[in-house]
Design a protein around this ligand. Structure first.
Ligand code: CP
Length: 305
C-alpha cells in the first residue's frame, strides 16, 4: 500500500505521460459506474495508453440476454486483445468473478468491485484510494480515530477498507446498527493485525473521530433494503434518516474532522450526506473521488507489464 501511495504522490493526475504508451486497458464493466470506470480510463489515458471495452454490457455477447456467451470465454478473448483488464462484475451468476478471470487471463486483472457472494464482496481499489485520501488529508494514518457510520454488512468498499486499515495503528469506530456489522472475517483480520475496533453510537462517531466515513444506504441490520417487509422498511428508512449527515449533526465534531464517502452520496433512498455539508471544511469526499485517478495511475504504473 505504501508503495502505491508513494507512487501516487509522484504523479500529476492532470499530467500527460508516456509510461504506458502503446498499452491497452480492457474496460469490462457489467454493472453501472461513474467514478471507477471513468477514473480508470482517465488514468490509462493520462499514462499514454489506450482503452477498449464497453460502458453498456448488453453490447457484449456475454451481457446480451438474447444471445449469450460464457464469462470464461469472454475473458479468454479479452486476454488476447489487451495488456490489463479492469472488471466490475455482474450482480448475478457466478461467485468470485474477479478470481475466475484472474485464473484464466495471462494479463493482470484488476477488480473494480464485485457483489457475489454478498458477505465477501470487495472493492479493493476504492479501499486503497480511501486510505490514500486519509494519508493525504491528515499527513499520516497511524494514531488516528477512524469512524464509519452506517450498515456495513454488505458494503464492498468497507470490506476492502478494513483489510487495508488493519495494517495501520488506528482505532476503528463502528457506528452501525446491530446486525449491520461487517462479516466476522474482516473483524478477525483487524484483530490479528495492528488496528483495533469498538462499536460506538452514530453521535459518538462524529464527536470522537478524526475521520468519519459515511457508508451508503444499501442494507439495514444485515439485510438488503429490497428484502425487507413493510414494517422493517419503515425502521430502515428511519435509520437512514438518522445516519445521514447534515450540518446540525456535525456540531461537537473536532475542528479538523474530515467526512468521507465513496460516492455516490445520494440514491433512490435520499442523501447520506446532505449538500449543505459540501462547502464546510469537513467535506473531503469530492477530493477523495478525485484521488481515484492518481491511485489508479499508480496501480497501472506498477503492474502493467
Ligand atoms: N465509488 C464507486 O465505486 O463509484 P461508482 O459506482 O460510480 O464507480
Amino acid at each position: 500500500m505504501e508503495l502505491i501511495f508513494n507512487t501516487a504522490d509522484e504523479l500529476d493526475p492532470r499530467g500527460h505521460y508516456d509510461t504506458l504508451k502503446g498499452k491497452i486497458m480492457a474496460s469490462l464493466f457489467f454493472e453501472s459506474s461513474t467514478r471507477t470506470r471513468l477514473s480508470f480510463e482517465s488514468a490509462m489515458h493520462r499514462l499514454g495508453g489506450n482503452v477498449i471495452g464497453w460502458a453498456d454490457p448488453s453490447v457484449s455477447r456475454y451481457g446480451d440476454p438474447t444471445r449469450g456467451e460464457t464469462f470464461e470465454d469472454t475473458i479468454r478473448m479479452v486476454d488476447d486483445y489487451s495488456d490489463v483488464m479492469v472488471i466490475r462484475s455482474p450482480q448475478t451468476g457466478l461467485n468470485y468473478y474477479p478470481y475466475i478471470a484472474a485464473d484464466i487471463a495471462i494479463v493482470p486483472v484488476i477488480n473494480a468491485g464485485y457483489r457475489l457472494p454478498a458477505e465477501d464482496m470487495e472493492h479493493p481499489t476504492q479501499g486503497l484510494l480511501d486510505i490514500y485520501t486519509i494519508r493525504r488529508e491528515k499527513g499520516r494514518i497511524d494514531g488516528l480515530k477512524i469512524a464509519v457510520r452506517g450498515d456495513i454488512r454488505y458494503d464492498r468498499t468497507i470490506h476492502a477498507w478494513l483489510y487495508g486499515l488493519a495494517r495501520y495503528h488506528v482505532e476503528i469506530l463502528l457506528a452501525c446498527p446491530d446486525g449491520g456489522e461487517p462479516p466476522g472475517k474482516y473483524l478477525d483480520y483487524v484483530k490479528k493485525n495492528r488496528a483495533t475496533y469498538r462499536k460506538v453510537s452514530l453521535e459518538d462517531a462524529v464527536r470522537e473521530a478524526d475521520v468519519c466515513f459515511v457508508s451508503g444506504a444499501g442494507s439495514y441490520r444485515g439485510r438488503k433494503l429490497d428484502q425487507l417487509g413493510e414494517h422493517e422498511r419503515v425502521d430502515a428508512m428511519k435509520y437512514i434518516e438518522e445516519q445521514g449527515i447534515d450540518l446540525h449533526k456535525l456540531k461537537g465534531a473536532k475542528k479538523d474532522l474530515i467526512i468521507m464517502n465513496d460516492l455516490p452520496r445520494s440514491s433512490i433512498h435520499g442523501f447520506t450526506i446532505y449538500p449543505e455539508v459540501d462547502s464546510s471544511p469537513y467535506a473531503a469526499y469530492f477530493r477523495e473521488a478525485a484521488n481515484g485517478v492518481r491511485v489508479r495511475m499508480a496501480i497501472f504504473s506498477l503492474i502493467v507489464p
